[in-house]
Design a protein around this ligand. Structure first.
Ligand code: GH3
Ligand code: MG
Ligand code: MG
Length: 451
């Protein structure tokens, strides 16, 4: 009986362990042993029930264990699927974060570029353009210095604007006289390039500024015209593309500024003589007279008119007359100081403002200019001509206080010079104004008309 129970217990354990062959063998053995010891009594129906329970319980346990094993397996499979899905989600989210970071970087660059355009688009002059660029560019470029070379002034030397990095990372405009050898080398190579070039002292063949080991530069082209060059000192290699993008913006803005300056200069410059127009002269003279009043400084207004110019036109034609007019205008301008003003006031009449000049200085200048024109031979097409001018002068503060009054009096003095025989310079006096008044009355009676 003990063996029967022992076999049954082992069969139960095998059932627990889901060892189906062992359960079958052990329950078979246990049933056989039970039949041998005649337990249960199979003559009674209850005996069959007992035998069935005896043999069935290890199988029930085994079935339970099997179900449990299957469920565990299913759960593990589900877990593995979920884990895989989770890993996929984590990978996607990492990729998404990297993309967001990259997109944010791109947006920041586009925003900065937008700011470069917005800032520099306000500039109307090249120095303003550079100042605005210097303000915004440290956000885009990690350069230790910036240079903008303006090549627009045909004939004149290039204009170089420079900025250096301060220890706090800002770029600050730097004043250096003249063009440095590195800038000369950059200008020389710019016309042959179209993109960003980066070079050290050895490649450039000249010394670099102290503390600079490399310079990157790019020409600023507008269609077929080289407007200038943008250069960055010690620019990291990964920023070359950014410099190219910035340079693209700068060339657009530089072209716009040049166009603005051209239009502005056309509006204030007389096309035939290259002198200022009357309106612009009056604007500048108003300022200058105010300054003279503020600082108690003298100044003088000169009105100069070509003598018998109508006859020259009539004899040689208007084209020749134009050449004479232009020559006289240039002669007068070249023989004035840079601070003095000269403009074409009317047809063949010029107005001059001699800054900080007293009556004696004004007399000397007027006489010198008159003589210069008189002795200057003028080549106009096939003709070699001469020309004289008459000059009237009015001095501040002695001859008048207000701009129009001074101009009128210089004109009265000019009238007096014409009446006195032309080719002479006279200063205003009350007599000249009287003469002019009488002349005007006579002119209405058609005595001697004057321009
Ligand atoms: P005056 O000595 O009194 O000044 O005599 P004028 O002949 O110079 O003076 P007038 O006023 O009789 O003539 C001025 C002439 O200047 C008439 C006009 O045709 C000429 N003129 C004005 N503007 C121009 C110009 O742009 N080109 C040319 N070729 N002639 C001009
Ligand atoms: Mg004249
Ligand atoms: Mg005239």
């Amino acid at each position: 009986m003990v063996a029967v129970i022992g076999l049954w217990v082992v069969a139960m354990i095998a059932g627990l362990c889901w060892a189906r062959w062992a359960v079958a063998a052990l329950t078979g053995l246990a049933a056989l042993a039970a039949l041998l010891v005649k337990w249960p009594a199979l003559s009674q129906p209850v005996g069959w029930v007992q035998l069935a329970a005896f043999v069935g319980t290890p199988w029930l346990l085994a079935i339970q264990r099997g179900t449990f094993e299957r469920q565990v397996k299913e759960i593990r499979v589900a877990e593995a699927t979920q884990l895989k899905a989770l890993q996929g989600i984590i990978r996607d989210s990492v990729e998404m974060q990297a993309w967001i970071r990259e997109t944010e970087g791109g947006i920041a660059r586009i925003t900065d570029l937008y700011h470069v355009t917005k800032e520099t688009a306000r500039a109307l002059r090249v120095p303003d353009l550079f100042a605005f660029a210097v303000n915004i560019l440290p956000r885009l470029l990690r350069a230790s210095g910036l240079r903008l070379i303006d090549l627009s002034l045909s004939g004149d030397a290039p204009v170089v604007l420079r900025a250096r990095q301060t220890p706090d990372g800002r770029l600050v405009a730097e004043e250096v006289e003249g063009i440095l050898p590195v800038e000369q080398a950059i200008i020389a190579s710019a016309a042959q390039t179209s993109g960003v070039v980066s070079a050290d002292a050895g490649t450039l063949g000249c010394e670099l500024p102290a503390g600079v080991s490399r310079v990157a530069w790019t020409p600023l082209w507008s269609e077929q015209t080289l407007l200038g060059v943008a250069a960055a000192d010690d620019l990291p290699a990964d920023q070359v593309e950014t410099l190219a993008i910035v340079a693209n913006q700068l060339s657009l803005q530089l072209a716009r500024v040049h166009l603005y300056q051209q239009v502005e200069s056309m509006a204030i410059t007389d096309t035939l003589t290259g002198l200022f127009v009357r309106r612009y002269f009056l604007e500048l003279a108003t300022e200058e007279l105010l300054r003279a009043k503020r600082h108690h400084l003298p100044c003088a207004f000169l009105m100069a008119d070509l003598d018998f110019f109508k006859a020259k036109n009539d004899t040689y034609g208007h084209l020749t007359g134009d050449v004479v007019l232009r020559e006289v205008a240039q002669l007068l301008r070249k023989n004035l100081r840079g601070i003095d003003l000269i403009a074409r006031y009317g047809g063949e009449e010029f107005i001059l403002l001699l800054v900080e000049s007293d009556p004696e200085q004004a007399r000397l200048v007027a006489e010198r200019l008159r003589q210069l024109v008189e002795i200057h031979p003028i080549r106009a097409y096939d003709e070699l001509l001469s020309q004289t001018i008459s000059v009237g002068t009015a001095c501040y503060p002695e001859d008048g206080q207000e701009l129009q009054e001074l101009i009128d009096r210089a004109d009265h003095a000019l009238y007096a010079a014409k009446r006195a025989g032309r080719n002479r310079a006279l200063r205003w006096s009350p007599t000249s104004s009287r003469l002019k008044a009488e002349g005007s009355r006579e002119e209405t009676g058609r005595l001697e008309p004057r321009t």
